[in-house]
Design a protein around this ligand. Structure first.
Ligand code: KG4
Length: 340
């Protein structure tokens, strides 16, 4: 009975990450983040590709070392195939292909979004029982996507609703940029919001039917309101940034939770998880706890380290595909855009 060792590789945006699992249990998860983008207020694709190119070998090396294995023990290589920045993806995809081919082991492609959801199945030890039971509903909120997903099985996910324009994280980041707060805006808005009044200002909430989201109207409403206030009072942002952050966060969380309640009602599934970078947000986490109490939901909130981009979530998704015998061919191209 040979142990199954999976190497996961993630390079879809600005984090180069590698992780190793043994029989679905995480042995190592190493991530190199890229500070180079801070000066530009957003990820610069060409700089991201170059940094991945520098980081990918040392990061994989570290992940294997920390896992205490050599590369010849690996059973398969799982990699992020998309969606993401093409130049960034290509580094991880090409590395994974070359590595798997040189070792003569299977290659497994992973959808980055599915990976975010699957972060809930990362086990840190054999007796880790924190995973949600199937089926469950997952709110996936990251920098590039906002979706409500019904998870029927490890390899069976159904998108019930998704954003028709911007993602929640994108909206937060853009509003933060307009306020001159820096990048990425999510953690900054989160920190400021804790000291502000969430009822101080009102911003437009979208009226979209069904379970879909929209955040572009909110962004515009925020921008125009701010423009008027600053015209009347030049130091408005500096004086009210806490209230602005708290009100913005409150509006976004409100929009997210409204549709999530609707999804729970429609499906009758009360096991509700959250995933993706924005799930690090304290206001959103508080709203989840509040809904658990008020509506009897059982909620699943991942550890901070598994909410943003990481290879552990890619490795665990790859592990379940491996168990199902699902591999991909060496000529599988990266894709920049896709849903499940
Ligand atoms: O999942 P992720 O790392 O990247 C994608 O796959 O898109 O998500 C990044 C997003 C960014 O928009 C970032 O501002 C947001 O997650 N974010 C947060 C917080 N931490 C990260 N948003 C709100 N509050 C936070 N604490």
């Amino acid at each position: 009975n040979k142990d199954i060792y999976i190497l996961g590789i993630e390079s879809s945006c600005d984090d180069t990450s590698a992780a190793v699992l043994r029989d679905g249990v995480l042995l190592s998860n190493v991530t190199a983040s890229q500070d180079v983008h801070k000066a530009y207020g957003g990820v610069v694709p060409e700089l991201a590709s170059r940094a991945h190119q520098q980081n990918v070998v040392p990061v994989v090396d570290q992940a294997l070392k920390r896992a205490g294995i050599t590369k010849d023990r690996l059973s398969a290589v799982a990699f992020t195939r998309g969606p993401g920045l093409m130049g960034s993806l290509l580094v991880g995809v090409s590395f994974a292909k070359g590595f798997a081919r040189s070792l003569g082991i299977p290659l497994i492609d992973v959808n980055h979004l599915q990976g975010h959801v699957m972060a809930h199945f990362i086990k840190e030890s054999d007796d880790d029982t924190s995973a949600p039971p199937l089926p469950f509903i997952c709110l996936l909120v990251s920098g590039g996507n906002s979706q409500i997903v019904r998870v029927n099985a490890y390899n069976d996910m159904e998108v019930l609703g998704q954003t028709i324009d911007d993602a929640a994280g994108e909206a937060i980041d853009k509003c933060s940029k307009v306020m001159g707060l820096g990048y990425p805006g999510g953690p900054i808005i989160d920190r400021l919001a804790r000291q502000g009044n969430p009822q101080a200002y009102k911003f437009a909430e979208p009226q979209i039917p069904g379970l879909d989201y929209s955040f572009s109207g909110l962004k515009t409403s925020f921008l125009y309101s701010l423009r008027d206030w600053v015209a009347a009072e030049p130091d408005f942002i500096e004086r009210h940034k806490e209230d602005l952050a708290a009100s913005l966060e409150h509006t976004i969380v409100d929009i997210l939770m409204k549709k999530l309640r609707k999804a729970v009602k429609q499906t009758g599934i009360k096991h509700v998880a959250v995933a993706g970078g924005v799930s690090a947000n304290n206001g959103l986490r508080a709203a989840f706890r509040d809904h658990a109490e008020r509506y009897g939901w059982t909620i699943y909130i991942p550890k901070f380290s598994y909410t943003t981009d990481n290879a552990a979530m890619i490795a665990i998704t790859g592990y379940y595909k491996y168990l199902d015998g699902v591999h991909c061919s060496i000529d599988a191209p990266a894709f920049s855009k896709v849903t499940f």
